[in-house]
Design a protein around this ligand. Structure first.
Ligand SMILES: [Zn+2]
Length: 102
């Protein structure tokens, strides 16, 4: 493998996870900052051509880009084996399929 090529996608991924960690840290004190971190992470993902890491895909609203914390500004319910995440900021819902393995 060419060692000169940086692992751009790997770096972007780490950076995104880092931004979400900061968003989590800031949420209680400055929730508007959390949203800024989410937007930065999304921009980074778009620029580097990667998808958002699975881990954080549930942590933000695709509609209004708010950082979501369940019980604070989002509701998570399961229905028919599907996960329904509601954003209480803009009122949008997202459905996600739960892994059938338990
Ligand atoms: Zn929303």
């Amino acid at each position: 493998m060419a060692r000169r090529n940086f692992d751009v996608k790997g770096i972007a991924r780490e950076r995104i996870l880092e931004l979400f960690k900061q968003a989590e840290d800031q949420f209680n004190k400055h929730s508007e900052r959390s949203n800024k971190y989410v937007k930065m992470a999304l921009r980074l993902a778009a620029k580097s051509g990667i998808r958002m890491p699975k881990k954080v895909r549930r942590s933000y609203c695709r509609n209004c880009k708010s950082y979501l914390v369940s019980g604070k500004n989002s509701k998570i319910r399961t229905r028919n084996g599907k996960l329904v995440v509601s954003c209480l900021v803009c009122g949008s819902h997202r459905r996600m399929i739960l892994k059938p393995k338990f």
